[in-house]
Structure formats: C-alpha cells, structure tokens
Write a protein that binds this ligand. Structure first.
Ligand SMILES: NC(=O)c1ccc[n+]([C@@H]2O[C@H](COP(=O)([O-])OP(=O)(O)OC[C@H]3O[C@@H](n4cnc5c(N)ncnc54)[C@H](OP(=O)(O)O)[C@@H]3O)[C@@H](O)[C@H]2O)c1
Length: 285
C-alpha cells in the first residue's frame, strides 16, 4: 500500500470514509465490521468518521463506536489514524444542523474520546463553519484541544482558502488537513486543493466518487472515466481515485464504503498509474 502524510503521521494513500455504515441506508453491524476489517486487511490506515455519523437522535457517535469495535477486534487496529470531526448535529429527522461554539466542540471532543476509547484523538477536524459563530472562535477551541493534548492533530472541513489560512494562523501553523468535497462532478475546491499543496497540508476529498447514491453511476455520468477504466481493466471508481492521487502528493481521498469489495477495489487505486494523456483527458472531462 502506498502511503502519504497527514502532519507527522504516515497513512495509506486511500482512506476509508465510514459514513455510509451509520447513516440512512446503512447495513447491519456484521457487514459494517466486515467492511472495516477488509479495509485493515488491505492496508488502509486512515478511517474518516464524525460524531454526527448516525441516523437516530439517540445514537450520536454510532460510527465512532462501530470503528472502535472494529479496531479492537483486528490485530492491525492500533496502526490506524482515526480522523473524527465535531461541529455537526443530527436531530434525527434526516437533517444536519450546526453548532460551532467552543463549548459544544469541547464537549463533543470529550464524548468522541470516550467512544473511541483513546486518551488523545489522532486527527480532530472542525466539521463545517457555523455562520452564527466567528470562525476564529471555533478554530480557537480546536487549538485549545491541541494544546491540552486531547487531540494530536487538527484539521478543518468545508473551508474556503481564507478560512484555511485563518485556521492555520490560529493553530500556529499546525493545521495538518483540509477535508472538502471534490469529485469528477464537483471540482470547485480546486483552489483549496492547490493551496493545501503549496502549504504542505493534506487535502482529503470527501464524496470523491460523487456521493453515496451517485457513486455507482460514475461510469455512465463520466464517459472518459469509464473508457480509461475499460482500457486498464479496472473500475471507473478506481480510475477516479487514481486521477485524484495524481493531482498532488497532498491528496488523500476517503471513499465511502459499506461493503468489503468496494473498499478493496478503491484501495487498489494506489497501484494504478495513469498516463499523462489520460490524466489530461480526465482533467478536461
Ligand atoms: N466533511 C464532510 O462534510 C463530509 C461530507 C460527506 C462525506 N464525508 C466523508 O467522505 C466519505 C466519502 O463520501 P461518501 O461516502 O459520501 O461518498 P463517495 O465516497 O463518493 O461514495 C461512497 C459510495 O461509493 C460506493 N463505492 C465506493 N468505492 C467503490 C468502488 N470502488 N466501486 C463502486 N462503488 C464504490 C460505496 O458503495 P457501497 O456502500 O456499496 O460500499 C459507497 O456507497 C464519507 O464516508 C465521509 O467519511 C465528509
């Protein structure tokens, strides 16, 4: 498995996005544990989660609890960087609400620590700017968590270039990752990707395959991905992830999965080398 860096930590160049195993449409626990174990078997050492990855109001942290269980029952569980987040809430009606207040972020971090069963969280990401709270105050809470040793590294998500610069300043140059939406159909975070590349900050594309309901359509929606996939005898999803990896050494995609075969297929993207012509064609697609 090829690796990349998030701050000081070396991780698999493809991570696992664990969200589909906890929200609407999730599989049963046995299939989720099999998916998480398949990821570990194949060498994945980065798992992305959030306290808000749950379905019902009374099961906050469902995804973190699931991951803690999977790691505890696998001999490579200790090698994994678990990247969680705080700042979103799910009231149980299918919606996603926000609380970026310092008080909430600190309480949320404590709860994540308990669910993950660790003394410090490997990577804590501020999930999404809350318009009711100055960005500097939210990120300031994350800085305090870092200074207190409750988290080992800090990231932000859904941030624009100005917010990335501000977060890095507030964190005293210690921002290690930015997680933004980026896929063949959603390329408007190219400026953030380029900024991360310049600053040496990891860029984690979320919904890299177009999102849970649309990822299966990648081939038909994006003909060049399907054509190049056929030429290599691989899936269009694998071509998509290899194309992203080629954009910058800062890029670490986190494709979601709820089945062992999909994370195995996605992880193999680290081995797929596309030609300069193919990459140019996909850039222009
Ligand atoms: N920071 C944020 O605000 C934010 C927002 C959304 C998501 N995220 C993170 O980003 C992760 C990824 O996003 P996502 O899960 O929304 O969407 P995605 O990665 O674009 O798509 C996930 C879907 O793609 C399918 N898939 C994965 N690999 C495949 C392959 N090789 N071949 C065919 N199908 C494949 C999976 O199918 P199966 O389910 O059948 O395995 C899954 O349902 C999430 O899990 C979450 O960790 C973050």
């Amino acid at each position: 498995m090829h690796t990349r860096r998030i701050g000081d930590v070396e991780v698999s160049a493809i991570g696992l996005g664990a969200m589909p195993m906890s929200i609407e449409g999730r599989p049963d626990e046995a299939r989720s544990l099999a998916t998480l174990h398949a990821a570990l078997d194949t060498g994945v050492t980065l798992i992305d989660t959030a306290d808000a990855y749950h379905r019902d109001a009374d099961e906050v942290g469902h995804n973190e609890t699931l991951i803690a269980k999977a790691l505890a029952t696998h001999d490579r569980g200790g090698d994994v960087l678990v990247a969680t987040k705080g700042g979103h809430l799910r009231p149980g009606d299918g919606s996603w609400t926000l609380d970026g207040s310092p008080r909430h972020l600190k309480e949320a971090c404590e709860a994540s620590l308990r669910r993950l069963g660790v003394e410090a969280i490997g990577l804590y990401q501020f999930h999404r700017p809350d318009p009711r709270v100055p960005y500097a105050e939210s990120v300031g809470a994350v800085r305090e968590l870092l200074d207190e040793g409750k988290i080992l590294a800090a990231g932000v998500s859904n941030a624009n270039p100005e917010q990335i610069e501000l977060a890095n300043d507030i964190l005293g140059g210690r921002l290690v990752s930015v997680q933004n939406q980026f896929s063949p159909a959603f390329r408007s975070s190219e400026p953030e990707l380029r900024l991360c590349d310049e600053l040496g900050i990891a860029f984690l594309p979320w919904s890299p395959l177009g999102g849970i309901s649309r990822a299966g359509e990648l081939g038909s929606v994006h003909a060049p991905f399907a054509r190049i996939a056929e030429a290599h005898g691989v899936s269009p999803q694998r071509v998509c992830l290899a194309w992203m990896l080629a954009k910058s050494p800062a890029v670490v995609p986190i494709p979601g999965a709820s089945r062992p075969e999909t994370i195995r297929d996605s992880a193999a993207a680290t081995e797929l080398v596309l030609t300069a012509e193919e990459l140019a064609e996909l850039d222009a697609a």
